[in-house]
Ligand binder design. Structure first.
Ligand SMILES: [Zn+2]
Length: 342
């Protein structure tokens, strides 16, 4: 008996203490592809640069955001840990998380690198280089693979340096449309090189998944949901299912284009029902406040999470609600055409 007691106490001593369950606020920030080439984006005459300034952040700003969030005790969590699916709905659940950390979810919308925007300030595609994910800017002088000017490689480098920023290997969510392909590869139906482009992007998707990245549906054509009827939504999702899902796999995460959602009384709106019919269980909007609730509040089964934007507009708005995570002023990149505080 003595031996058994001794062995048991030794086992208890050696076994790691499980992390406590967390059921507090889950903060979620999102941005778009980064403004990799600020000199090009912000040079006069580049109209697209105005959009980039409004909707995106620069690599310097993204790194500052990560550093500040890390210093303030945040760590990435896999969003799937934070909810459970029940039938055709979902609900929040408490999840294990280190007591000295606060959970953070990051997502990145429209990681498309559309041909029409090539050479206007962003990279052109994600690539694999010696088993690392990098980015390439083919449409600029001396194109070369870089690891410091796009969100995926920057986050990978950051996690390598600070492994405790990623709880159980969590990364971000890439939110994809389909009409102009994905990740810089023209995989859409009207692309002449669709077949080869699909084969080319597959190993990158595999590597992203292996590293802990998730994929969300961001609709196929990025239309305003309020301007669509149920049939439009069905056709749109069917295209995503036919062209994007075979590459990235099934997902139950749906990110509304423009953060525009329609639920109707008791979530009975036909358009929402179509989203559920296609298997989507967790819905993401846009909102500055940390919010993870059930919408509409009377409906017990629709799980809806708001995401705080990281972009030029938000940084300049100096949102105090962001302060627990990061200070916009510290992050703001002086190379923007609009000075901070103006
Ligand atoms: Zn979008």
């Amino acid at each position: 008996m003595g031996w058994i007691c001794l062995l048991l106490s030794l086992f208890c001593y050696l076994a790691p203490t499980p992390d406590p369950l967390y059921d507090g606020t889950v903060r979620h920030f999102f941005t778009h592809a980064l403004i990799a080439h600020t000199d090009v984006a912000f040079e006069s005459g580049n109209d697209y640069g105005v959009h980039l300034d409004r909707d995106c952040v620069t690599p310097k700003e993204f790194v500052s955001f990560l550093e500040q969030a890390y210093r303030n005790g945040y760590a990435l969590v896999d969003v799937r840990e934070t909810y459970r699916v029940i039938g055709d709905g979902a609900e929040r659940r408490a999840f294990p998380f280190p007591a000295d950390k606060k959970p953070l979810v990051l997502s990145f919308d429209d990681i498309v690198y559309a041909s029409k925007n090539s050479g206007k300030g962003m990279v052109d595609k994600l690539v694999l280089s010696e088993d690392r994910i990098g980015a390439i800017s083919c449409s600029y002088d001396s194109p070369q693979i870089s690891f410091d000017d796009e969100c995926v490689p920057i986050l990978e480098t950051f996690v390598k340096k600070h492994p405790d920023f990623s709880y159980r290997g969590a990364r971000g969510i890439l939110c994809l449309t389909g009409m102009e392909g994905i990740l810089g590869y023209r995989t859409q139906r009207d692309s002449l090189s669709r077949k080869t482009e699909t084969e080319r992007v597959k190993p990158i998707v595999e590597k992203l998944k292996e590293n802990g990245w998730l994929f969300a549906c961001h609709s196929y054509a990025h239309r305003h949901m309020k301007q669509c009827d149920a049939e439009d939504v069905r056709n749109d999702l069917a295209k995503w299912k036919a062209e994007v899902e075979p590459i990235v796999g099934e997902t139950e995460l749906y990110v509304y284009p423009y953060g525009e959602w329609v639920l109707g009384e008791q979530a009975k709106d036909e358009r929402h029902k179509v989203l559920e019919e296609f298997g989507y269980r967790v819905f993401f909007g846009v909102g500055a406040k940390p919010f993870y609730g059930k919408m509409p509040l009377k409906s017990p089964r629709v799980l809806f999470m708001d995401r705080a934007p990281l972009d030029g507009i938000s940084l300049r708005a100096r949102r105090s609600v962001y302060l627990p995570v990061f200070d916009c002023r510290l992050a703001y990149d002086d190379c923007r055409p609009v000075p901070y505080g103006s």
